[in-house]
Design a protein around this ligand. Sequence first.
Ligand code: FMN
Length: 358
Amino acid sequence: MCLFTALAQLPRTARAPKVGKLAPVTNTSSRQTGRSLDRRLCVAPMMDYTDRHCRYLLRLLSPRSLLYTEMVTAQALSHGDVERLLGFDPSEHPVALQLGGSDPALLAQAAILGEQHGYDEINLNVGCPSDRVQSGRFGACLMAEPALVARCMRAMREVVRIPVTVKCRIGIDDCDDYEFFERFVLTVRDAGVDTFIVHARKAHLQGLSPRENREVPPLRYEVPALLKERHPELTVILNGGLKTAGQAREWLPRFDGVMLGRQAYQEPYLLAQLDAELLGHGAAPPSRESVVLRYADYVDRMLVHGHRLPLLLRHIHGLHAGRPNARSWRRFLTEQGQRAGASGDVLRQSLGMFREAA
Ligand SMILES: Cc1cc2nc3c(=O)[nH]c(=O)nc-3n(C[C@H](O)[C@H](O)[C@H](O)COP(=O)(O)O)c2cc1C
């Protein structure tokens, strides 16, 4: 038995969540389950990447996928600028808010804010292994504390009606057998959670950077696949290392959905193709040109609100990934985007590079 399993089985004396003090916003009897959203194609939460501008762009490419925010900590929401942390464009729907934290009462409060802002789902991060997150006692280290995760999930479920889901790994450190993973999932399931997004590699809590933790531990898709096989009533989404339409097509039948992270960001047109193929019954994806033009209009609107052009343009850099001219297009956006007075016209003008190349 690994150390974490032994500790998890000790009786707990932790205080009960104080959620009774909060005003639940909805009647939980009409709660949506995790199945009420189409989860066949999801885009992963990625800190510093999947901000609202990125999600707006991805939505232009993919009308049907489920998008996730970057992780927002419950702590930040309790002190910070809620509008800045939670604001999003209505076109982003369906969009899930990912929370970080391990205090049931704070998470419940954050979940209420998320629901009030119109998010379609609340997701708890139980997969991030960074030191900063561990020092706050949340992220992947919570896989060692399934009872605490269950309390967090129950506290959130009690106060919102939208689905409350978990994103986790398949294990941590030497706790990497199927039984450990299944025990974690079933403990959380008993708090009423039916949807698990599984990054199918374990996390090393010491010795690897977050980046290495996304590359070094081997992918083991068979672990979440076995979970789905044994517990078909659960909604299980596969995440980790999916890079091609072929892989998504191959694995989707064994799961309820696939979640792409890095590849969706680096090659966003893949998302358009997957959306059209998997969810759109083979409808044609939007053309890159139409996406550029619509994003240019969005950029102009955001500039009026004081957003900075380079931060808006960076998300679209991968649009032509893999095509001739892709690199010069990126360079054009970078250089022109830094000029004083530059606007969405940079994008409009960039279209000429492909028309001429055609
Ligand atoms: C830059 C970056 C930031 C990330 N931030 C988060 C995060 O905020 N919350 C989270 O649950 N996972 C985060 N992840 C992990 C991804 O959601 C995903 O689980 C991981 O990248 C594996 O999927 P992929 O191989 O499709 O990228 C991040 C990944 C990257 C590359």
